[in-house]
Write a protein that binds this ligand. Sequence first.
Ligand SMILES: Nc1ncnc2c1ncn2[C@@H]1O[C@H](COP(=O)(O)OP(=O)(O)OP(=O)(O)O)[C@@H](O)[C@H]1O
Ligand SMILES: C=C(C)CCOP(=O)(O)O
Length: 244
Amino acid sequence: MTVVLKLGGSVVTEKDTPDTVDGPALADAADAIAASGVDDLVLVHGGGSFGHPHAAAHGVSRADGTREATAIREIHGAMRTLNDAVCDALCDRGVSAVPHHPHSAGVRDADGTLSLSVDAVAAKRDEGFVPVLHGDVVTHVGAGATVVSGDELVVALADGLDAERVGVCSTVSGVLDDEGAVIPAIENYADVERYLGGSDDTDVTGGMAAKVRALLGLRAPASVFGPDAVGDFLDGETPGTVIR
Ligand SMILES: Nc1ncnc2c1ncn2[C@@H]1O[C@H](COP(=O)(O)OP(=O)(O)OP(=O)(O)O)[C@@H](O)[C@H]1O
Ligand SMILES: C=C(C)CCOP(=O)(O)O
């Protein structure tokens, strides 16, 4: 049973300090993953204070591209640095985490549709590794290169690998209503659109609104939950908000 789990960039980084890992938060998440014993696991992490400020500085988003190789390398390089930190934290705890960089595995066509080759991800999983992907910058036909969010990768991986469970860990304990209460389940974007905003920090991919929209497109149900619930999710529980 394949499980796809995204660790939000706002969880594993200090999102208001550029290029800074949140060491204790990353350690907690890595501890929970190591303790879970889930072996068919594919991980994704977001950009946090690594990808987003560099993308914003170059005017690059999911829709606005760049043709500057230096900009592409800077954004991708920042994400590789964060990916190294995430893989290090996992390997230090005995998890066989290996990097998988979407920049070399994905492409957007002219209308923005993402194609992500999942064969190499599946092969890593089948060989007992835990592939660790990340939000990145990918070639975009007609636009140079644009940002791909970790949430889009979660959708592509979950469907491409026929995952049975999908988890998205953010700083919030779920999708919240206007009184700050966790919405238990979402089946329709229009029902919750009025509650959904962008991100509190520099975020070129859209915060919770884009997250919910992307997860509603999944075949498998997805849970959105906070950092304290990673272990519960991996133990088979459904903390936070279920999106189906
Ligand atoms: N209705 C809502 N419920 C919960 N969070 C919301 C809501 N509307 C907006 N948000 C914001 O969405 C943000 C979570 O999305 P964000 O994209 O920042 O998280 P992430 O996935 O952890 O980070 P990253 O995009 O760097 O990976 C939070 O900052 C939160 O304030
Ligand atoms: C900004 C970059 C490069 C990645 C964005 O990924 P996300 O934080 O999952 O939206």
